[in-house]
Design a protein around this ligand. Sequence first.
Ligand code: HEM
Length: 370
Amino acid sequence: MTTEAQPSDLYYGDYLQLGRLLGAQAPLSRRQGSEAHDEMLFIIVHQTYELWFRQILHELDAVLQAFSAARLDERRLASICAKLERISVIQHLLVEQISVIETMAPQDFLEFRDLLVPASGFQSLQFRAIEIKLGLREQDRTAFSACAFYQRFKPADARYLRALHTEPSLFDQVDAWLARMPFLQDKHYDFWSSYRNSIEASLSADQQLIKTHPQLSADDKERQLAQLTQTRQQFDCLFLPEAYESQRTQGLVRLSHRAIQAALFIYLYRDEPLLQQPFGLLKLLVEVDEQLTAWRYRHALMVQRMLGRRIGTGGSSGHDYLRTSAERTQIFGDFFNLASYLLPRSKLAPLPAELTRLLDFHFSTLHRDA
Ligand code: HEM
């Protein structure tokens, strides 16, 4: 019996199924007898997007799977972050890729545009799946006509999207993970009251500064003190659980009260070794959301350039609808808004020594104790 390796008969084109892939471009204008040169570009750009959407969903499903365990194994955080990072890098590419479609002149698009009606990128099932799996809810969508969102999809696709909405999204899972976070409270320490005291001290110092500032006129002082009262009210809504819940019911905030406390703890004390990775995770969620919004804006601008004020092939007002959707659609907005509640390190209450030790890497604790 020979142990020599046999030359594999695996062939590049077969492995990648290039026959199928490269045979999947069928311009409608060609079938109509007069091929519009740019329709090939239009098809290939869309197909490329769909391939990258597929990869994003592959990563996102793995992240959701890791989070679905009753308790997230913290050792998986690094690989979760690596996957989110990959998603974000792909998204940068997707935003850039719009330049490729912009090499098509609006008049050349008109050569085949009418053949596309009523199909539209609006019906991209994978794009919708990404939005929903990240955490977009039905009520977050911008309506563009009396015709309901799902009516624009084939029945089986609409059923698939509705079913996706019933599963826990990444937003839900991160909320639950944050809400379970330890460290915020024990016999000797309560993060929320310590943070509240720091905020109170900082606001009182600001008030004093405004009142006694020699270069501020009486009018300036009055205006700035009124602004400070507004800031106080904003903090009251954060500190008082009933006020926070009422904001949540109105859709002004989305995270649970416990989760927002944990997120703030992570943001404020992110230098602590054990909090560095959770901070990295929250930062990546913001990054992914920001890239999605950047894509929406970039796509809306490209559409204005391509269509002007024309309506879309899917029946929307075109650029107006897309711009509104870009302005209003955000999934992890609460994490963006955490910046309103931050304090500089100098004004932050130090953590108790015992907690600092818990949040340290084991090795550096040993080293310090030695
Ligand atoms: C000439 C190029 C393009 C034009 C003129 C265009 C136009 C439009 C318009 C007008 C809409 C709104 C719905 C409608 O009325 O049809 C739309 C939505 C959409 N398009 Fe495009 N599009 C183009 C290229 C692309 C590409 C390359 C993609 C990549 C997959 C894409 C993905 C989408 C998505 C996902 C939506 C839904 C956005 C939302 O609802 O917020 N489009 N497009």
